[in-house]
Design a protein around this ligand. Structure first.
Ligand SMILES: *Cc1c(COP(=O)(O)O)cnc(C)c1O
Length: 357
């Protein structure tokens, strides 16, 4: 199966092989050394000197940890949303009692600098801004450095970024862009199985953590940080996923982040051009195409779910459908992580035939 859903993404054989082994003691030096090395390499990929901590959960758990650890009930934040995952983070924040000022954009678009500046100007009491990097539900990407610069430099706010489907594929500079909390997960561009998320925490964010009163247990970063000094995690870590990401990070760094980013850009640009020439139209605004996921408009009068079935049964290609109100209306095709030009050529071939009849 050519697995082109936006996560979990296909595992390289080397990652599969690395996981086919016996469990080890997660309180041993062997595990501690592996975890330390995983986090050290992730700091390179996050481009941060600050802490990166592991969380045993899928990306959503990482997003929840980001809310629970830095806020108190009643705190005001500005949450931007350009799609399904932006909305999810808003819902998490609301359920934890935050006062959420919502900057909602139409799906397929991105947040504009002036819109965020206006919202920040209107809400001087807000503590932080939530941003989605790549919005996996629409194939759109936010310009994080520009938005973070306004929020951090101009307004002095904490900047939180959902980079679940972008870190390891798109340029992201945690420290240089002044990002306080960045969340990612193992199963998208990082080419490992689902089960682990990672969160980076700036010094400013640790200060906010000191006074954050939302109750938490499983996701409490105080305990996680203390135990990490001994190479341990508060509860049993997903040992096999750690074996996998240990191998996938090696692969990413052997290729080199600059080349990884360049490969994603090359493949994405070519894919967009190829599907357009095959007669498809793209869902996202051309000003904000993401190089990780492309969303295609399903032709009027055609059921997208039927097309997905045909792609799977007749061509062996699994793609994502529309989430929420876009169900049946778009196809989402991932090209992140373990992806080659050949993989995408096969998708283009099938899409050309589907369009023809
Ligand atoms: C996949 C994804 C999530 C949710 O992650 P899970 O691992 O499914 O919990 C959140 N945000 C974005 C941008 C994603 O792509």
């Amino acid at each position: 199966m050519n697995l082109r859903i936006p996560g979990p993404t296909p595992l390289p054989q080397r990652v599969i092989d690395a996981m086919a082994r016996q469990m080890i003691n997660h309180r041993s030096a062997e595990f501690g050394n592996m975890l330390g090395s995983i986090l050290e390499r992730l700091r390179t990929i996050f481009a941060t000197q600050h802490d990166v901590l592991p969380i045993t959960a899928s990306g959503t758990g990482g997003l929840e940890a980001a809310i629970e650890n830095f806020f108190s009930p009643g705190d005001e934040i500005i949450a931007t949303s350009i799609g399904y995952f932006g909305n999810r983070w808003i819902e998490i924040a609301q359920r934890h009692g935050l006062r959420v000022i919502i900057l909602q954009k139409p799906w397929g678009s991105a947040v504009k600098r002036d819109e965020l500046a206006a919202a920040l100007g209107e809400h001087p009491a807000c503590k932080a801004v939530l941003l989605t990097h790549a919005e996996t539900s629409t194939g759109a990407v936010n310009n994080i450095p520009i938005l973070a610069d306004i929020a951090a430099s101009r307004f002095g706010k904490l900047v939180f970024v959902d980079a679940v489907s972008s870190l390891g594929a798109l340029p992201l500079e945690t420290d240089a862009w002044q990002l306080d909390v960045v969340v990612t997960a193992s199963q998208k561009a990082l080419m490992a199985p689902p089960g682990l998320s990672f969160i980076s925490v700036s010094d400013r964010a640790w200060n906010a953590h000191e006074t954050a009163k939302i109750s938490r247990y499983f996701f409490d970063l105080t305990i996680a940080k203390a135990l990490l000094k001994e190479g341990q995690t508060p509860s049993t870590p997903p040992v096999s996923v750690c074996f996998g990401i240990d191998a996938s990070l090696d692969m990413i760094l052997e290729e080199g982040m600059a080349e990884v980013v360049a490969r994603h850009k090359r493949i994405a640009e070519r894919f967009r051009a190829d599907v357009v020439s095959a007669g498809w139209s793209l869902f996202a605004d051309p000003s904000c195409f993401s190089d990780t996921v492309t969303a295609l408009n399903v032709p009027e009068g055609v059921d997208g779910r039927r097309m997905m079935n045909r792609l799977e049964k007749e061509y062996g290609i699994a793609v994502g459908g529309g989430l929420g109100s876009l169900s049946g209306k778009i196809l989402r095709i991932a090209h992140m992580g373990n992806v080659s030009q050949n993989d995408m050529d096969d998708v283009v071939y099938a899409l050309r035939e589907l369009k023809g009849g």
